[in-house]
Design a protein around this ligand. Structure first.
Ligand code: NAD
Ligand code: MG
Length: 300
């Protein structure tokens, strides 16, 4: 694939990346996905142009998928990057992404830990500030998605863990980060098309995404007077480990992208420019916005 500045037909991009039916245990990893249909995080293609020169970014879930593409793009745009990931399963993915951050000449900070633990969420922010020498970009992106067809089968624990990972951690990280953020800083929450159009088999997950979307809008109003802009990105179906790791039933994987206007899955690399735009000063008058990157789907 050519880089992001080359005109390309979006309908025929990634024609070779149609996943088959598969299931990954645990959170899933890019390493495992690469054995089948590897995702594109912009490794070979993302070209930076100094849009985040000297910035200091924390990206939760930066080891794989969308967060990995964001971490790579941020570094190539000139930012130092700290990433949060799960220590047991994701060390290898994280090391790969941090390697690419350092190859771009930037500082990469590893923050392994479990964001469903409030204490760790606060500690992760403190260690990011220490490791980066400050903080001015926060991307709340770590997420848990498990499909459950019937509400009577959603266990209380599953409901709780999904809210802890997606919604509570966003609150804990943001609350800990705000005192460190100078004017000009930016916060970006990863929400979802699910916030607007919940699928019947993802109701609890969708509710968390509505929460983080709404948090972005409320906090945008609250933090704007401090010079901190808060926005959200709402991805559609993106080929990341979360999907084969129980995010969708395996039988839905080959066709999940067909519902979009482009008729295909999106790749993490196609999300990164939206985060770069919202993180950088280019978006100085964009506040409380949700940027939809979903291949075209009806949204309000
Ligand atoms: P991903 O699996 O690559 O990333 C999710 C990351 O969340 C994991 O890598 C993991 O490091 C992190 N995480 C999960 N639980 C955690 C915990 N308890 N503590 C610390 N970290 C934890 O998948 P992705 O699709 O890139 O997900 C990134 C975000 O994008 C998620 O918030 C997801 O809800 C959202 N999203 C994804 C899609 C999609 O189609 N893939 C669509 C809309 C929104
Ligand atoms: Mg991961």
């Amino acid at each position: 694939m050519a880089d992001q500045y080359v005109m390309q037909d979006p309908t025929s991009m990634y024609a070779d990346k149609v996943p088959d039916e598969q299931y990954l245990d645990g959170p899933g990893t890019d390493r495992e996905m690469a054995q089948n249909v590897p995702a594109d995080h912009g490794e070979e293609t993302y070209r930076g142009s100094g849009r985040l020169e000297g910035r200091k970014a924390l990206v939760t879930g930066g080891d794989s998928g969308i967060g990995a593409a964001v971490a790579i793009a941020f570094a190539r745009e000139g930012a130092d990057v700290a990433i949060v990931y799960l220590p047991e399963e994701e060390e290898e993915d994280a090391a790969r992404v941090l390697g690419l951050v350092r190859e771009a000449g930037r500082t990469g900070v590893a923050l392994p830990g479990d964001l469903t633990d409030a204490e760790f969420a606060r500690e992760a922010v403190a260690r990011a500030v220490e490791g980066l020498g400050g903080l001015d970009i926060v991307v709340n992106n770590a997420g848990k998605q498990q499909h459950v067809e019937d509400v009577v089968d959603i266990s209380d624990e599953e409901f709780d863990q999904t809210f802890k990972t997606n919604a509570y951690a966003t609150f804990w990280v943001t609350k800990a980060a705000v005192p460190h953020l100078p004017p000009g800083s930016t916060i970006i929450n990863t929400t979802s098309i699910q916030a607007y159009a919940p699928s019947p088999h993802l109701v609890h997950y969708a509710a968390t995404k509505a929460t983080v979307n709404n948090l972005a809008k409320g906090l945008a109003a609250q933090l704007a007077p401090k010079g901190i802009r808060v926005n959200a990105v709402a991805p559609g179906p993106i080929w990341t480990p979360l999907q084969p790791a129980g995010g969708q039933p395996p039988s839905a994987l080959p066709s999940a992208g067909e519902q979009t206007y482009l008729g295909r899955w999106g790749q993490p690399a196609e999300l990164a420019p939206a985060y770069v735009f919202l993180a950088s000063g280019e978006s100085s008058y964009v506040v409380g916005e949700t940027l939809h990157v979903d291949g075209g789907m009806p949204t309000p």
